[in-house]
Design a binder for this molecule. Structure first.
Ligand SMILES: Nc1nc2c(c(=O)[nH]1)N(C=O)[C@@H](CNc1ccc(C(=O)N[C@@H](CCC(=O)O)C(=O)O)cc1)CN2
Ligand SMILES: Nc1ncnc2c1ncn2[C@@H]1O[C@H](COP(=O)(O)OP(=O)(O)OP(=O)(O)O)[C@@H](O)[C@H]1O
Length: 199
């Protein structure tokens, strides 16, 4: 069985091997998968992320959600508490900075932060996923730490839906899971939209 670190290396290589043409069509197909889900498109507050390291390109989805008058938020590395993310309101006109991983994020503005529990949908990046809705990320634990407080909320229906976005080639039969891993409610790829039961 591959270790989590070996899996990360393998799955990052897989997506890095995709051609520019495949990346382009995958991003458009992923966007259509999400736009075809009525229960998602009736939501208002969406956390997304700007793609990095051959992740599936979220730009078409970001543009489509902005055109549909949705409120968008991007992750910002927490300026005071290391290992955590904040979700900050995003418009394309806003000033951006580059974080320590080389990823663009909105320039920190405390009045633009949205508490995690007030988001309707959180789209997460991932390196690998499986058919139970488990995900493996880049290894920083940022999403797992930031989303962990949602486990304690009383009303499950009010918590944001967690939806992983990925290329098809990032599927792995059964990921080795750690106790802190946050399972996804759904995973969207260019060809599928999977939904998973909470337990
Ligand atoms: N697009 C995107 N944004 C994101 C994440 C992500 O996975 N994808 N994150 C999800 O958590 C957070 C940032 N976490 C990250 C963790 C590691 C690396 C990374 O590239 N690690 C390199 C080493 C880079 C370095 O140390 O300079 C590596 O492992 O090779 C990138 C982002 C927030 N924003
Ligand atoms: N809820 C948490 N509280 C404290 N530490 C955590 C928590 N979640 C994860 N971590 C720490 O973060 C480290 C990386 O976690 P993990 O390997 O699951 O990252 P990942 O899922 O790849 O990253 P990400 O969630 O950012 O996509 C682990 O060593 C773990 O100790």
């Amino acid at each position: 069985m591959l270790s989590r670190q070996q899996l990360r290396t393998e799955m990052r290589q897989r997506r890095q091997a995709l051609s520019a043409a495949t990346q382009h069509s995958a991003a458009l197909a992923l966007c259509q998968q999400v736009l075809s889900q009525p229960d998602i498109m009736c939501q208002q507050h969406f956390a997304l992320y700007l793609s990095n390291d051959a992740e599936i390109n979220t730009s078409p989805l970001i543009n489509a959600l902005l055109n549909a008058n949705k409120q968008l938020y991007l992750p910002v590395l927490h300026p005071f508490v290391s290992g955590y993310l904040l979700f900050q309101h995003y418009l394309p006109s806003m000033p951006m900075r580059t974080n320590k991983f080389g990823i663009a994020e909105p320039a920190w503005h405390c009045q633009h932060i949205k508490p995690v529990a007030e988001l309707d949908v959180i789209f997460t990046p991932l390196v690998a996923f499986d058919d139970r809705g488990q995900r493996l990320g880049m290894g920083g634990g940022f999403y797992d730490r930031t989303l962990a407080p949602l486990n304690h909320l009383a009303a499950p229906a009010r918590t944001p839906q967690l939806i992983g976005l990925a290329h098809n080639c990032q599927q792995w039969p059964e990921l080795p899971i750690a106790p802190w891993d946050q399972p996804m409610a759904a995973i969207a790829t260019p060809s599928h939209f999977w939904r998973f039961n909470a337990d």
